[in-house]
Design a protein around this ligand. Structure first.
Ligand code: AP5
Length: 219
């Protein structure tokens, strides 16, 4: 069985979660969002969630060892046999190096890295207007989806909420941290011939088309 693995790279709000579904459906692979896994741990009040919450709410990164540990376990689960899409991981050089070592150790297919490019001003607009469903994790925007905090999710009826890290100060901090710690991954993957860069502005379907056209590197 051919395995297809992908990494979605890009600043907070670039549209990684929004675009993930297209790849997951096309290749029949598993969507692994470290942000969703950490938020779930926080909601359940687990030890991992307790350790992660203060970093997340402030827009800081959770310590590398915690995140590397959860990804290491998750990619070895049986549903990842056909492949996986990592959304929000890796975010530091240490995480990228740990993932490269894991790919070698477990003889996994080398991931194709899709870098979604969006400027900081557009990120601020997108994230300050983002709303999410607490139940199914669907993503909406107040300007285009007619959905706001306290409404019911149009997909599953769950509660619509705003993420604590989508407050303006936390968004600014996430962007700062992104440029400092995650930008270096772009040359890291470019040097290894794994990087495809896609402009992330335009409609959601335009970005999806560009992304699907760009991923020939996974063959
Ligand atoms: P995480 O959940 O991964 O957040 P993020 O990377 O900051 O990304 P987002 O989910 O905010 O954005 P997205 O790119 O998925 O955009 P979306 O599709 O929603 O991480 C949260 C926190 O967890 C981190 O800050 C950190 O603390 C911790 N964490 C997670 N992973 C970690 C790791 N590896 N190491 C350490 N800590 C980690 O879209 C955004 C909005 O824009 C939506 O409203 C959407 O409708 C809209 N939109 C999307 N596309 C378009 C378009 N083309 N045009 C117009 N609007 C659009």
């Amino acid at each position: 069985m051919t395995q297809h693995n992908f990494i979605l790279l890009g600043p907070p709000g670039a549209g990684k979660g929004t675009q993930a579904e297209a790849l997951v459906e096309k290749f029949g692979i598993v969507h692994i969002s470290t942000g969703d896994m950490l938020r779930e741990a926080v909601a359940k009040g687990t030890e991992l969630g307790r350790q992660a919450q203060q970093y997340m709410d402030a827009g800081k990164l959770v310590p590398d060892d915690l995140v590397i540990g959860i990804v290491r376990e998750r990619v070895q689960e049986p549903d990842c046999k056909r492949g996986f899409l990592l959304d929000g991981f890796p975010r530091t050089l240490k995480q990228a190096e740990a993932l490269s070592a894991l790919v070698e150790e477990l003889h996994l297919a080398k991931p194709c890295v899709i870098n979604i490019i969006v400027d900081d001003e557009e990120i601020m607009r997108r994230l300050s207007g983002r709303r999410m469903c607490r139940q199914c994790n669907a993503i909406f925007h107040v300007a285009s989806d007619n959905v706001d905090v306290g409404d019911k999710c149009p997909i599953c009826g769950g509660e619509i909420y705003q993420r604590p890290d989508d407050r303006k100060e936390a968004i600014a901090e996430r962007l700062r941290v992104y440029h400092e710690q995650t930008d270096p991954l772009i040359p890291y993957y470019a040097d290894r011939g794994q990087l495809v860069s896609v402009p992330g502005e335009g409609s959601i379907s335009e970005v999806r088309q560009r992304m699907l056209q760009g991923i020939k590197c996974s063959d």
